[in-house]
Design a protein around this ligand. Structure first.
Ligand SMILES: Cc1ncc(COP(=O)(O)OP(=O)(O)O)c(N)n1
Ligand code: TZP
Ligand code: MG
Length: 356
């Protein structure tokens, strides 16, 4: 029956069932290709589970239709679409492109399912809409994981520094760390007034621009935007990834602190560019009541391929335990910034982290 309770025209009904049958198969096939890409191409257990769940939920929703009706409506021989194949369908040059094309194909099919089911079984339509929205979230998470895997491929050592005693002391330390091979520098200062913090941020922007070191501001999206930083780092109780991105723009990095595997999984789906994982060990820089420790490092290394930096009390002495637990990226403060010779402390840690 149609929306206004008029009996649907039998020709429209059979057309709708044929389209639903074809779209159901396309959506399921497309999602299977995506699942195989995140599984074998990205080696990402979390995203594999997410795509698999989406595929299973699609199957469960399709069971709300009568399979007999669908099969009766099927007429592959008469389907003019079977022999139509565009050049773009044939020209696939890399795995990620294949996966994304298939995801888009699944999304389009979900849209067909949503629209055509309105004619024959309206109550099911909104289920397909929800599945389509989930597929958009996954598309973003897959793309971000893949792109940041490349963008931050070489980023192993991430160092947090404060604004220092004065501008000169700050510039001296920053200069040494950049020269010591630090991949990412974070300005993390909770005591400076805004004017001075922005001055430090602008100074660091200038220094890092002449190097390959990324520059991130902790907490303060406003300061990051004004200084033209490469990004911002936010905690669980701060602005969300979406909010930070709305201010900074799509090209900037947004990192998120995670203290449990659930938070790490959520950060991936929220579209974070990287995650901080910790605290790993007791820290001189910040005090904590709880330590997810190396267990969380192991869980993240096992499940997640978005760049992940272990943080909290990490030094040249214990970084081997982090590497053994599966992560080769760390964020540190004290072990480098408070060292007698910050440049060689950074270079030493960086060398240990270069495991390949
Ligand atoms: C790389 C990185 N990871 C984690 C943190 C901690 O952020 P947050 O939990 O918001 O705590 P504060 O640093 O703001 O005290 C970080 N800053 N950087
Ligand atoms: C900000 C922060 N968040 C978790 S641990 C930490 C401090 C890292 O500093 P350190 O390397 O000196 O422990
Ligand atoms: Mg914070």
């Amino acid at each position: 029956m149609s929306h206004d309770s008029q009996p649907a025209n039998p020709h429209s009904t059979i057309t709708a069932w044929r389209a639903i049958d074809a779209a159901a198969n396309r959506a399921a096939e497309g999602l299977r290709v995506v699942e195989d890409f995140v599984r074998f191409g990205l080696d990402d257990r979390h995203l594999t589970t997410q795509v698999k769940n989406l595929r299973h939920d699609l199957t469960a929703t399709l069971k709300l239709f009568s399979s007999e009706t669908l099969h009766r409506a099927r007429d592959t021989q008469a389907d003019v679409g079977v022999t139509v194949s565009t050049e773009a369908e044939q020209a696939r040059t890399d795995l990620a492109q294949i996966a994304i094309s298939n995801l888009k194909r699944a999304q389009q099919s979900l849209r067909t399912l949503e629209e055509f089911s309105k004619l024959v079984q309206p109550a099911v339509s909104s289920h397909f809409e929800q599945l389509r929205y989930r597929s958009y979230t996954l598309e973003k998470a897959i793309t971000t994981t893949r792109e940041n895997g490349a963008r931050l491929a070489d980023a192993r050592l991430y160092v947090l520094i404060d604004g220092g005693r004065d501008a000169e002391h700050f510039a001296q330390l920053a200069g040494e760390l950049i020269a010591g091979g630090v991949d990412i520098l974070q300005l993390r200062d909770k005591r400076l007034d805004d004017k001075t913090l922005l001055e430090r941020a602008r100074h660091l922007r200038k220094m890092t621009s002449e190097s390959s070191t990324f520059f991130i501001v902790n907490d303060r999206v406003d300061i990051a935007a004004l200084a033209g930083a490469d990004g911002v780092h936010v905690g669980q109780e701060e602005l969300s990834v979406k909010e930070a991105r709305a201010i900074l723009g799509v090209d900037k990095l947004v990192g998120v602190s995670t203290h449990s595997i659930e938070q790490a999984r959520r950060a991936v789906l929220d579209g974070a560019d990287y995650i901080g994982v910790g605290p790993t060990f007791p820290s001189q820089t910040k005090s904590f009541d709880q330590f997810p420790g190396l267990d969380l490092v192991r869980q993240v290394a096992d499940e997640i391929r978005l760049p992940a930096f272990a943080i909290g009390g990490i030094s040249a002495e214990n970084v081997g335990q982090v590497i053994d637990a599966g992560l080769t990226r760390v964020a540190v403060s004290g072990a480098v910034a408070a060292a007698k010779d910050p440049k060689s402390a950074a270079a030493k840690l960086r060398a240990i982290l270069q495991t390949d």
